[in-house]
Design a protein around this ligand. Structure first.
Ligand SMILES: Nc1ncnc2c1ncn2[C@@H]1O[C@H](COP(=O)(O)OP(=O)(O)OP(=O)(O)O)[C@@H](O)[C@H]1O
Ligand SMILES: [Mg+2]
Length: 226
């Protein structure tokens, strides 16, 4: 599996006309690749992740997963594509407070029909073991530390063996040591699962732990020059 981004543009309307945030970004990744994206606040990193996550459409340019243009799909099929192929980890964990840890990891399976519920639950348990939370399956998010909540969010993102995992400041709310541990866990799991991983971060320390780094500057992805 591969991801190809060609000449990606994204503009937002403003009172003074359109403002182009992405201005011809290019990117190519293969299964097993892991990439950090750095860049100043407001440079369009989250905008790019939203488009790669098919949550938002580009103004111009192409996004291809292998040979497929997800934006050519009807809305319902696009939602299904996103659900099965893309895992998200955000700065805020977005766990449901009333649900247990195990239920939270299974949330992606609540959308649409799932044939093999027992298998999925086994997958969720196995992921929770990999992130070191096998003793916490019945806990509520409020009973976990910030780092543990992010571990649940990582397990949730991987439930359906996604082709691509997108992490936007996944360690932004954590102290330095916890951030390191969570960053390393994300990378370890990505390597085990052979997905593509993109981590947006302001932390050069986290970025250096990934094999590739790019910087968003003037709406394009450029080599990172720390
Ligand atoms: N839906 C939207 N409508 C209008 N403008 C938007 C929208 N989404 C993002 N923008 C603008 O696009 C620019 C880039 O935003 P984006 O969130 O992608 O930056 P970022 O690089 O992720 O920044 P940070 O590091 O602070 O998270 C900002 O100026 C923002 O105001
Ligand atoms: Mg952002």
């Amino acid at each position: 599996m591969s991801l190809t981004v060609l000449n990606l543009w994204k503009s937002f309307p403003t009172r003074n006309g359109d403002l182009s945030i992405l201005r011809g970004a290019h990117l190519k990744m293969q299964a097993g690749d892991a990439l950090a994206i750095l860049g100043p606040s407001g440079s369009g990193k989250s905008t790019l992740l939203h488009i790669l996550g098919t949550l938002d459409r580009p103004t111009d340019g192409e996004v291809r997963f292998h040979d497929q243009d997800p934006f050519a799909l009807p809305e319902k099929e696009l939602a299904h594509f996103r659900n099965r192929n893309i895992g998200f980890v955000f700065q805020d964990h977005y766990l449901l407070p009333q649900c247990s840890v195990l239920e939270n990891v299974l949330i992606p399976s609540l959308a649409g029909v799932v044939e093999n519920r027992a298998e999925l639950e086994a997958r969720a348990r196995s992921l929770l073991e990999k992130v070191g939370l096998q003793e916490r399956l019945e806990h509520r998010p409020a009973e976990l530390s910030g780092g543990e909540r992010q571990r649940v969010a990582i397990a949730r993102a991987l439930l359906f063996h996604p082709q691509l995992v997108l992490a936007d400041e996944p360690t932004g709310n954590l102290d330095r040591r916890t951030a390191q541990a969570v960053g390393q866990l994300l990378l370890d799991l990505q390597q085990q699962e052979k997905t593509m991983l993109i981590v947006v971060t302001h932390s050069p320390e986290l970025a250096r732990t990934l094999p590739m780094q790019l910087e968003m500057i003037d709406g394009v992805l450029q080599p990172w020059k720390p």
